[in-house]
Write a protein that binds this ligand. Structure first.
Ligand code: MOS
Length: 695
């Protein structure tokens, strides 16, 4: 193999790549449980709210090849501690369309799916309430919003400052519900051996899924093993357990055989969560030089009647810009919808669409370049927590991006440039995402020949963990990549939190670094050579960085885009984009670029296409497949220039690594919408920018 000076940071190709390309890397559906597999198919409610009045499984049960039909009448009882949508088949109540009301286990997938039609279900339906409006009288303030943030924040006198500001913006932005659509469908394969359960599962963190299965079935950690070495994406929908994991385990228990359940794409639109729609009113007040005096960001979003999920939509606004008077609020409507969940940068993604659009509107009102407006409002310290930044490179990202994109000399006027029938404009927006470290344990062993085994329950959901974490280990152990074998994706491995909130590599990597240091110290005390029968060390990190109270820790970035709008059809094109990020240490230049690029493309997709439409009378998501719910493809993506700054952060964690899974998407949709306005002169404040909105 090639020699690399410093293995950490190098753009090493994925070490799991060859196995994936050959099809020998087993995803959940492809695992071999060592016995013939039976298949589960789901009967789902056709109403959005009400109650099952009659359920007759007899025709399905009589189908040759059917092993069992699970219904609320005969399904195993689960623990009463389960919440949200996890108590599957425990009651006759229906809370959303697509809820599982029965499940068929059969010898083959074809038989199971065909037999679903033989389950007769009748309902007493009630009128569902699914419409989110900012003037609903029943909006309420949750106790806190996700990730432990305060629901509201108030500093100074916002209304007073707005009433005396030289210039103000007061605008309401809307983002639609969206659905996580990883390529790999959610899949669970369950086998019981006595009272012990093995689940081969597509998820973002085996320990998280293990915990819910322990609760559901009243089992100990030793009785539940969740195995997930390869996962085909998640974006948040695979972070937590959903009904399918419980159902697969339940069915396997009933039939005494291995059972696999692979959700269909359509089923994913009701059974694995979605991003809440938002209505966001942003008010900005500034002096005539563009210095912000007041920032107000009020968010309305929905949650399910059966589970509160409060997205932290306005929290990015708490850190972005200086202003003495500031306010953020979150209000929820409890609707008859399936429980929402996290979707790539939950909170920051819709929240920064609103804030960064409003900043663009303010720049226009003032006649100031939008890059310059942001630089003028750069806060020297965290403006709400009043603590220093661990590091903050937003201004440098903006300046570097402007340079790479060719922003200088941009005409501020909207709607004046044409190229044939295309209206042409450019847009900018900033990005941010918090940097956090979470508890992670790690075990490293060295054998007598100097081969290292690194064990930690990290996850690779397509992000590059297999490679990047091996690089971190080799670097920390001062050995070559070839000397290190990594094991991740199994709840039997030392505890770690899942891939989520951009905490994965920051947490797992820190645990690996500290454990490697301990092992090296032990080896040195033994004269540098491993003993013939090897040596094992257990280590890890206990939780957040010890400096997290003292410093405000965030990554930052800036997006620049060119937008073209067809004046005849309203078609929107983004032929080129430049994104510059500052996220501390980059562990692998190749996989990091892919993460940033993928994040940006997801933001582009949000800007142009993604929208889950709810039927106002029946309540369900109507466009519940990839034909109706369009996601950006190669045809939508032009040239994208991705780069990042060298940024050293001594406070965030042992590696100075801030995490990069989410920041790519944050602000990307605002950059596109701002470019759309610059091209057309029309400000579209409700995403996506579909052609109909042009006319
Ligand atoms: Mo990410 S939405 O935290 O999986």
């Amino acid at each position: 193999m090639t020699t690399i000076d410093r293995v950490l940071g190098a753009g090493i190709e994925r070490i799991d790549g060859p196995a994936k390309v050959r099809g020998s890397a087993p995803y959940a559906f492809e695992q071999d449980p060592g016995e013939p597999i039976t298949h589960l198919a789901l009967v789902q409610s056709t109403i959005n709210r009400g109650r099952i009045t009659r359920l007759d499984p007899s025709a399905a049960e009589a189908t040759p090849g059917v092993l069992a039909v699970l219904t609320p009448a005969n399904a195993p009882r689960l623990s009463g501690e389960l919440t949200a949508d996890l108590p599957v088949l425990q009651s006759l109540d229906v809370h959303y369309q697509g809820q599982v009301v029965a499940a068929v286990v059969a010898e083959t997938s074809e038989i199971a799916r065909a037999a679903v039609g033989g389950v007769r279900v009748e309902y007493a339906a009630e009128e569902p309430d699914v419409t989110l409006r900012a003037d609903r009288p029943d909006l309420y303030a949750p106790a806190q919003v996700m990730a432990g943030f305060a629901t509201d924040s108030v500093i100074g006198d916002v209304d007073g400052a707005l009433s005396t500001a030289a210039v103000t913006v007061d605008a309401t932005y809307e983002t639609p519900a969206q659905h996580n659509n990883p390529i790999e469908m959610h899949t669970s394969m369950a086998r019981w051996d006595g009272d012990s359960l093995t689940l081969w599962d597509a998820n973002q963190g085996p320990h998280t899924i293990q915990r819910d299965l322990m609760t559901a079935f009243g089992l100990t950690a030793g009785q539940v093993r969740v195995i997930s070495p390869y996962v085909g994406g998640g974006f948040g929908s695979k972070a937590f357990a959903h009904p399918h994991q419980i159902l697969a385990a339940m069915a396997a228990r009933v039939v005494g055989r291995t059972v696999v359940l692979e959700l269909t794409r359509q089923q994913m639109f009701s059974l694995v969560g979605h991003r809440t729609p938002t209505i966001q009113r942003v008010r900005l007040g500034a002096d005539s030089e563009g210095r912000l005096t007041a920032i107000s960001h009020e968010v309305v979003e929905h949650t399910a009647r059966i589970a509160e999920f409060a997205e932290q939509t306005a929290t990015a606004t708490r850190v972005m810009y200086a202003a003495p008077h500031r306010r953020t609020t979150h209000r929820l409507a409890r609707l008859d919808v399936p429980p929402p969940t996290i979707m790539r940068a939950p909170g920051e993604t819709p929240g920064m669409f609103a804030l960064e659009s409003a900043m663009d509107e303010l720049a226009h009102t003032l006649g100031i370049d939008p890059v310059e407006l942001r630089i003028r409002n750069e806060p020297p310290r965290d403006p709400e927590r009043d603590v220093p930044w661990s590091s903050r490179s937003l201004v440098e990202c903006l300046r570097t991006g402007a340079e790479r994109f060719g922003w200088a000399g941009r005409d501020l006027r909207p709607g004046v440039r044409t190229d044939g029938r295309w209206l042409v404009g450019t847009g900018v927006a900033a990005a941010t995402y918090p940097s956090r470290r979470r508890k992670a344990d790690c075990r490293i062993s060295v054998d007598g020949r100097g081969r290292y085994l690194v064990e930690i329950d990290g996850s690779d959901i397509g992000t590059g963990t297999w490679t990047a974490l091996t690089q971190i280990a080799a670097d920390a152990l001062h050995v070559g990549l070839g000397e290190v074998e990594l094991r991740i994706g199994d709840s039997r491995l030392p505890f770690a939190g899942g891939a989520g909130g951009s905490t994965g590599l920051a947490s797992w990597g820190s645990a690996v670094v500290l454990t490697a240091r301990q092992l090296r110290a032990r080896l040195e005390s033994l004269g540098g050579q491993p003993p013939p029968d090897g040596l094992t060390v257990d280590g890890g990190v206990p939780g957040p960085s010890p400096h997290a109270e003292q410093y405000s820790m965030h990554s930052f970035g800036a997006h620049f885009v060119e937008v073209r709008v067809d004046a005849d059809t309203g078609e929107v094109r983004v032929p080129r984009a430049t994104s510059v990020y500052a996220a501390g240490t980059i562990a692998n230049a190749t996989t990091a670029r892919s993460q940033f690029l993928g994040g940006f493309c997801m933001g582009l997709s949000m800007a142009l296409h993604e929208e889950s439409l709810q039927d106002e009378h029946f309540g369900h998501f109507v466009n519940h497949d990839l034909a109706g719910y369009h996601i950006a493809t190669n045809a939508d993506v032009g040239e994208i220039d991705i780069s990042w700054l060298d940024e050293e952060d001594p406070w965030v964690n042992e590696l100075g690594l801030k995490g990069i899974g989410e920041i790519g998407i944050v602000g990307a949709a605002a950059a596109v919408a701002n470019g759309y306005w610059h091209a057309t002169g029309r400000r579209i404040r409700d995403l996506p920018l579909t052609p109909d909105k042009f006319f």
